[in-house]
Design a protein around this ligand. Structure first.
Ligand code: ZN
Ligand code: ZN
Length: 365
């Protein structure tokens, strides 16, 4: 049995215990997770005995290569995906079909309801996403490779920084090096924020030159075999601002404090609190403006979310980021982000780019 068939069987167990006879999976990464299919615009309709991927003529050959064990219904113009759903649902005898409420558009839902009026369309949330939280051996191997490639790329780029380089030059260089080392590119547009731009947690990369400020925040990751990595480092490229060194110490302490707490059973909100309390005690609580971290896998941001009021517990096999930060508008930002595997007895930090303050001071050409 392929690992995708095993995942579909695990999903069937979840559906059975929820009393749902069938689930229409339309979230792209969920479809990939359950089938191995890496294309887009395709849905999976899964029930107790069947699994059918609904796709279109562009993907016939790709489907045969990537998921030969799966039944496929192919639409040709002018047939639409809901037409294929109707074809299968009308044969299936299910009174209920669950759909992914966070993914399905209002208009598609209306079409499905009108085409399949006999069925009760049941909104569901996070069913496949929660299966995706715990990684299997192959997934873990792919994430480890995505980390390795991202780190090799970073080391090359870090060793050749120039004051004349723009933020965009650094982002492009990371993407190029990731491809050189065997990745399929950055898994998101890298954030390269010189000086004050680092205060925008989701800044991209613009025209500011590295020489314009003594420090730069870089948040990047690679995609390898569909899986991602996600890291952040602050590099000190000029004279060390004393405030930077002080704040860096706070963020690093917060990050290490949170990592120490990671083990199966620990609550997501408690890991967040471990980091947040360090930053609060240092007087910068209001400047840590986001959650502590998130799962990574096929997507850069996936379940679980480490934040306040997240009462669920960590499980062995989860891979999460730990990324506290302090952001001061007009001055800059500090964030340190690593990827951590929850192991049976505790945790393993998968990323290894050095993060002591001294290691982040890089002489620039
Ligand atoms: Zn990141
Ligand atoms: Zn992240």
């Amino acid at each position: 049995m392929s690992r995708f068939a095993q995942r579909r069987d695990r999903l069937r167990k979840v559906l059975r215990s929820a009393g749902l006879p069938a689930l229409l999976v339309s979230q792209e990464k969920n479809v990939t997770y359950l089938t191995g299919f890496s294309g887009e615009a395709s849905w999976l309709l899964l029930s107790k005995n069947d699994a059918v991927i609904l796709s279109d003529g562009r993907f016939i050959e790709q489907l045969q290569r990537e998921c030969p064990d799966l039944d496929a219904e192919i639409r040709l113009p002018p047939t639409q995906l809901p037409d294929l759903v109707q074809r299968i649902v009308s044969k299936g005898q299910w009174s209920q079909v669950a759909f992914e409420a966070d993914e399905m558009t209002f208009s598609t839902h209306a079409v499905l309801k009108s085409q399949c009026p006999e069925q009760d369309w049941v909104p569901s949330q996070g069913i496949v996403e929660s299966l995706r939280e715990v990684k299997d051996t192959e997934e873990l191997a792919a994430i480890r490779r995505a980390i390795d490639v991202a780190e090799r790329a970073f080391n090359v780029v870090r060793a050749s920084l120039l004051g004349s380089q723009t933020e965009k030059d650094v982002a492009d260089a990371l993407d190029y090096q990731i491809r050189r080392f065997g990745g399929s590119g950055c898994c998101f547009e890298p954030i390269v924020g010189v000086g004050a731009n680092g205060a925008l947690p989701h800044y991209r990369a613009g025209d500011v030159r590295l020489g314009a400020s003594p420090f730069v925040l870089i948040d990047w990751g690679a995609r390898v075999a569909g899986y991602v990595s996600d890291l952040t480092r602050v590099l000190v490229t000029g004279r060390i601002p004393p405030k930077l060194e002080r704040l860096y110490g706070v963020v690093l302490t917060a990050q290490l404090r949170a990592i120490e707490q990671i083990r199966p059973g620990a609550l997501l909100e408690d890991i967040d609190a471990a980091a947040r309390s360090v930053i609060e005690k240092a007087g910068w609580g209001a400047s840590f403006t986001h959650g502590l971290g998130h799962g990574i896998g096929l997507a850069v941001h996936e379940a679980p979310r480490l934040a306040v009021r997240q009462k669920r517990a960590l499980k062995a096999g989860m891979v999460i980021t730990i990324e506290p930060g302090i952001y001061l508008p007009g001055w800059g930002g500090i964030r340190i982000e690593d990827d951590v595997l929850v192991t049976r007895n505790g945790h393993e930090v998968l990323t290894s780019v050095p993060k002591s303050f001294d290691a982040c001071v890089v002489p620039m050409g």
